[in-house]
Design a protein around this ligand. Structure first.
Ligand code: FES
Length: 139
């Protein structure tokens, strides 16, 4: 059986590799954290986010990662699937940028610049003492 630390390393390596294939630039060094499927969605250990302002969550093969951001008002979670044609957006400076046609979004998913017609898909985030639950985000 794989211990938790090995699982995090393995998920980080695999998902970073997959993400680098789909993102044009800037994927090196993006922090990935493990997410465990639970009844309500995905559960993330807060210790994994202790020193991060944002992180990407692996959601499963063929599904765009979730961008999790520690906003001034708490954590937000959005899909990295661009609402234009489905490319994977990634953080650039203080925005999420799409490498395919140049759409830009805020870290909590609002469209700043098209051609994306709508905001990124948002997920409710519930926090307890030790975890975040990203609701209805399990594949
Ligand atoms: S797919 Fe993102 S701007 Fe076209």
């Amino acid at each position: 059986m794989m211990d938790r630390r090995s699982f995090v390393r393995q998920v980080a390596g695999v998902t970073a590799g997959i993400g680098c294939l789909s993102m044009a630039a800037g994927c090196a060094g993006l922090p990935y954290v493990a997410a465990e499927p639970v009844d309500r969605g995905l559960r993330v250990n807060l210790l994994d986010l202790a020193e991060l302002d944002y992180a990407l969550l692996d959601v499963g093969a063929g599904v765009a990662p979730i961008f999790l951001w520690r906003s001034p008002d708490g954590f937000t979670a959005v899909s990295t699937r661009c609402s234009h044609r489905g490319c994977t957006v990634s953080p650039e400076g203080e925005e999420l940028a799409c490498p395919c046609h140049g759409s830009r979004f805020t870290f909590d998913g609002d469209v700043l610049e098209g051609p994306a017609p709508t905001d990124l898909t948002r997920f409710a985030v519930v926090q307890d003492a030790d975890h975040l639950i990203i609701e209805s985000a399990a594949p």
